[in-house]
Design a protein around this ligand. Structure first.
Ligand SMILES: *Cc1c(COP(=O)(O)O)cnc(C)c1O
Length: 417
């Protein structure tokens, strides 16, 4: 008789089911998830080639083409976080020795450089100040010096700084020099305008947990026909088996679907529901809602004497980077907000660590309850730490902003009628 070894690492009996606290999420992602999306996730799991599921996959692709504003056939949710979307672009488009220009104005541009180098490409880095947009003139100069550049990559909405770049202009310049483009739209998607076809973007990736307010771990991606042709004609085999677009297409393509990997079934139900909610609200209304709550939050933060990192014209409404006042321990503020108010906000990264807070207004988190709670909680915590706060001023300024915006909207309705 074969004896099994004795069982080890038996977990103690005192481990209970995990129930997370209810938090208000106003950081750089994840954002809060709507009850509808959470309910969709808890539905029964079915097979990844079940005909009912396959029909749902087709709807998912249609819904993604709407939020990306693209006709690209190759549009689907990659299985994995935004970082997988990023890697899928680079690993399929960059081969040994390829020249890639990366415009870096924050954390995520840095990760693009890593991706280029790990694919064996040569990264030519354009540095811009963190908190400022990518400079189109520098891109043009660099392309003149390196006319053999294959790909230009940049982050449209830099979540580490709250700054938006001008994708249309940057893509137009890249194309003039015959380069393809990879654009990070993780924080942009559904929060601020994105027109993949109009702007001519070749490859774009996003994430499910930012302005789509879905469960983390899915990466909507879209590739133009130019990229599809490049992938079809490449001589080198893609260095990643999991992310090889040729293979993934066997499952996400339009015909003869076969097994590639087990799709995150329930996560895809969630994405379907989240995209349906964007469809019901309307993409433009979703963008407008992010701006509306940003204006109210801004009015309140400024009434408290706080300053934004980014110039107004480049600011992302969905990510508010605000300077920490002199003498305030920023980590203590975040800790108190979390412990006393169940409110999560983001810290600064890299050179901005300790210098800024990041207030996210993404997806379902972009609502007036969150704006008011945030202003009130922040005022309370700052006052505790000796920062001069005039009680109620920030909240009043936010209410005022909402009232002005309502009046403006009413005016426009009268004019239109
Ligand atoms: C969040 C984010 C990512 C990475 O997404 P993950 O889901 O965390 O992997 C990439 N780029 C930007 C701009 C982001 O904000």
């Amino acid at each position: 008789m074969i004896m099994n070894p004795t069982i080890k690492h038996l977990p103690p009996k005192k481990i209970n089911s995990f129930y997370p606290p209810q938090r208000t999420l106003m950081g750089p992602g994840p954002s809060e998830i709507t009850p509808r999306v959470l309910a969709a996730m808890s539905l029964p799991c079915i097979g990844y080639l079940d005909p009912v599921f396959v029909d749902m996959m087709d709807e998912l692709k249609t819904l993604l083409r709407y939020v990306f504003q693209t006709d690209n056939q190759l549009t689907f949710p990659a299985s994995g976080p935004g970082s997988v979307g990023m890697e899928m672009c680079f690993v399929n488009m960059v081969n040994e020795g390829d020249k890639v220009i990366v415009c870096r104005n924050g954390v995520f541009g840095g990760r693009m450089i890593e991706n280029v180098e790990r694919c064996g490409g040569k990264a030519i880095v354009i540095e811009d100040t963190w908190g400022e947009p990518v400079d189109p003139n520098k891109l043009e100069e660099t392309l003149k010096q390196h006319p053999d550049t294959k790909v230009v990559a940049f982050v449209l909405a830099e979540t580490s700084t709250g700054c938006m770049s001008d994708a249309k202009t940057l893509v137009e310049i890249a194309h003039r020099y015959g380069a393809l483009t990879i654009v990070d739209a993780v924080t942009q998607l559904a929060g601020t305008p994105l027109f993949v076809d109009e702007w001519g973007i070749d490859a774009v990736y996003s994430g499910s947990q930012k302005c789509l307010s879905c469960t983390p771990g899915l990466a909507p991606v879209s590739f133009s026909d130019r990229v599809v042709a490049l992938v079809r004609n490449r001589k080198e085999r893609c260095h990643s088996w999991f992310m090889d677009l040729d293979l993934v297409l066997g499952y996400w393509g339009n015909t003869n679907r076969t097994y590639h990997h087990t799709a995150p079934i329930n996560g895809l139900y969630a994405l379907h529901e989240a995209l349906l909610q964007v469809r019901e609200e309307g993409l433009e209304n979703s963008w407008a809602r992010h701006t509306r709550h940003y204006l109210a939050l801004k009015a309140g933060l400024e009434a408290m004497g706080l300053e934004y990192l980014v110039k107004e014209e480049y600011r992302l409404p969905q990510l508010n980077a605000v300077k920490v006042p002199e003498g305030i321990d920023e980590a203590r503020v975040r800790k108190a907000l979390l412990e006393e108010f169940n409110l999560e906000i983001g810290a600064g990264l890299g050179p901005l660590a300790g210098k800024i807070w990041r207030f996210g207004l993404m997806g379902y988190s972009a609502k007036s309850e969150n704006v008011m709670l945030c202003l009130s909680a922040l005022g309370s915590v700052l006052m505790d730490l000796g920062y001069p706060v005039k009680l109620g001023y920030a909240e009043a300024a936010a209410h005022q902003s909402y009232a002005e915006q309502h009046a403006q909207a009413a005016q426009q309705k009268i004019k239109a009628a």
